[in-house]
Design a protein around this ligand. Structure first.
Ligand code: ACO
Length: 344
């Protein structure tokens, strides 16, 4: 095992997360669709998920994670130069969700932008954050999804997969802080599969008309599940190898794989292909389900709260989602970053 390098470039100096308090179990789904705890558990490993309250929105979830992140890092909001929100379930069409978060946290000196990169958006946007932090800019990156308001509650093959939540990371120049140093980061997209997973109606291509609604169309998520599954496994495995190769490392150098929490069968299949012990692949999908681009931030916070991440370790993070897009990175722990969240 090679020794971790000292922090350079950019580091995640603090993290925060927020999940709504309302729990929805697999059994609860029986009120809405013809399903069972046994079916959901055996196909996905999911046992329950969190659902936002009626008065919560993407920006309020993201704001709570952002506030916790800044509190953990004792970092003043007015020093943030960029607020990046990765989401596929935005507050509204326009302006960016990040604008609402910027105002709510008082990041008055920041530019606020959204990234729409599917479930891989948080890791891909970490690459953008890293680039700005390398130039000296403090960045607040938030992955946030409110999927319960974006899914078709009558579609049992998609709705049961998702949950709501937000994870935030304070990304600083490596010269300024220690934490999870970004050692390598790769990302890719194959837009030929853009129509496999997404919300095809309600945009400019297919504005939702009364006729389309009458024909059964809606502005919620549609997905070809088995095709997504196969591609997730292949692309997450390849992306993991690419990020390791870019860092000049192998899986033997990695203490924890912290993947996008898509579903347990995908995580198990990726672990098998990577030939990494399943116990080294961090999973909380049973409790939070698939929270899209929020899942890796939440998983990192929880792993740190559980004392699993130690100084000197290297982590491999990898994600896949609509687009199809994927991203992976190696993070080197030069110091365990402070975190704040109530995930109990
Ligand atoms: N409860 C009970 N039965 C169900 C449910 C449900 N919730 N959902 C589907 N079924 C039924 C289907 O109707 C079908 O019935 P039929 O044979 O009578 O037609 C049967 O179960 C089998 O359906 P499949 O789609 O073949 O089930 P599969 O074993 O492929 O599992 C699943 C479906 C879980 C969606 C799987 O394909 C999968 O995990 N895909 C990955 C999707 C994903 O993770 N998307 C998230 C976004 S992208 C990302 O994060 C990576």
């Amino acid at each position: 095992m090679t020794q971790p390098a000292a922090a350079d470039g950019a580091v995640i100096a603090a993290l925060g997360a927020y999940v709504p308090s309302r729990r929805m179990t697999n059994a609860d789904w029986g009120q809405y669709v013809d399903t069972s705890d046994e079916w959901i558990r055996s196909r996905t490993g999911i046992e329950e998920r969190r659902m936002a309250a009626d008065d919560e929105s993407t920006a309020t979830l993201a704001t709570r994670a952002a506030e916790r992140c800044l509190a953990a890092g004792k970092f003043p909001a007015d020093r943030i130069r960029w607020v990046l929100v990765s989401t596929d379930t935005p507050e509204m069409w326009n302006p960016a969700t990040a604008c609402f978060v910027q105002a709510a946290i008082g990041a008055v000196n920041a530019v606020a932008l959204d990234v729409t990169g599917g479930c891989a958006g948080f890791v891909a946007a970490l690459g953008l954050a890293e680039a700005r932090a390398r130039l000296g800019d403090p960045v607040l990156l938030i992955g946030c999804e409110l999927l319960s308001k974006a899914m078709d509650w009558s579609d049992r093959s998609t709705a049961v997969l998702f949950g709501d939540g937000a994870g935030a990371a304070l990304v600083l120049p490596g010269s300024e802080a220690e934490g999870l140093a970004v050692t390598s980061l790769i990302a890719g997209t194959d837009g030929r599969d853009a129509d496999i997973l997404g919300k095809p109606y309600g945009g400019t291509k297919n504005p939702l008309t009364a006729e389309l609604v009458a024909a059964g169309h809606h502005h919620k998520i549609v997905m070809h599940g088995q095709y997504v599954f196969r591609n997730a496994v292949v692309h997450m495995t390849d992306a993991a190898h690419e990020a390791l190769g870019r860092a000049g490392l192998t899986l033997a150098d990695i203490a924890w794989v912290v993947p996008h929490q898509a579903n347990q069968r995908i995580l198990d299949a990726v672990a098998e292909r990577l030939k990494v012990e399943a116990v080294k692949v961090y999973s909380n999908v049973a409790r939070f389900a698939n929270t899209g681009s929020a899942s890796i931030g939440i998983a990192l916070v929880e792993a740190i709260q559980r004392g699993l991440i130690e100084q000197g370790q290297r982590l491999l993070t990898v994600a896949f989602g609509s687009g199809f897009s994927w991203a992976a990175g190696v993070l080197t722990c030069t110091a365990v970053p402070p975190v704040e969240a109530d995930l109990g």
